[in-house]
Design a protein around this ligand. Structure first.
Ligand code: CDP
Length: 226
């Protein structure tokens, strides 16, 4: 059977990573969270780097090395060798990541790394431009959606599990702001690839099994024809 690339795109907090993780585990593929890479760059740039000054951004990008480690707590993001999972999931980073992700130099550097990670295929990557820009030839593309209220509810639970109690209103505002910036930026905006399968994930908890099964069936079908 041929190995493939699975690209999952969609708005903030609609369950992309849960689905991508489950798929990667089922297929024994590698899961890559491309959003974590934008979050890690944001964390790094927070140290007083002028984001509107191209040479400063270029110099900072030269100093950034992002890796993923698969440990007992699941996927861990390393920024220059340091575990930054806690920092990159903070609301402070969530508030700044979308503007950082509009910077063309940042996108170019990260897309290059993401494409290198997918060279051997056998990868599930989630993000905003995976099926459109990073892997336009991915054999399976999924565009995931979920209702805003469900997305707020899930993000709130995720934060609570990390000991962070954030008011729903703040979460809702952040998700809407990021959705807006991500889908209206000029460089690789979030959009559904014409050949992506759209899946509504609003009822994932009850339908998770079904959804994963459907996707696995789609995957098998694609793999048998490539
Ligand atoms: O987890 P959540 O869905 O909230 O977001 P994320 O996947 O961690 O991505 C954080 C931010 O990174 C997004 O809001 C985008 O601004 C940016 N991003 C991007 O521009 N392109 C990607 N491929 C992935 C993330």
């Amino acid at each position: 059977m041929s190995e493939i690339i699975i690209a999952i795109d969609g708005y903030s907090s609609c369950g992309k990573s849960t689905l991508a993780r489950a798929l990667a585990a089922e297929l024994t593929y590698v899961y890559i969270d491309s959003g974590a890479m934008y979050r890690a760059v944001t964390l790094f740039l927070e140290h007083g780097i002028r984001m509107d000054h191209k040479p400063s951004v270029d110099a900072a990008l030269e100093q950034i090395h992002i890796d993923f480690q698969y440990g007992q707590e699941g996927l861990v993001t390393l920024l220059n060798g340091e575990n930054v999972e806690e920092g990159i999931r903070s609301m402070a980073v969530a508030a700044k990541v979308s503007p950082v992700a509009t910077i063309p130099e940042v996108r170019r550097a990260l897309v290059r790394q993401q494409q290198a990670l997918g060279r051997g295929k056998q990868i599930v990557m989630d993000g905003r431009d995976i099926g459109t820009v990073v892997f336009p030839h991915a054999e399976l593309k999924i565009f995931l959606t979920a209702s805003l209220e469900e997305r707020v509810r899930r993000r709130s639970l995720q934060l609570l599990r990390k000991g962070l109690s954030v008011p729903d209103e703040e979460i809702r505002k952040n998700l809407l702001e990021r959705d807006y910036i991500d889908s209206t930026r000029s460089d690789s905006p979030l959009m559904k690839a014409p050949d992506a399968v759209v899946l509504d994930n609003t009822n994932l908890t009850e339908e998770e099994q079904l959804l994963v099964t459907v996707i696995l069936a789609l995957t098998r079908k694609r793999r048998s024809i490539v």
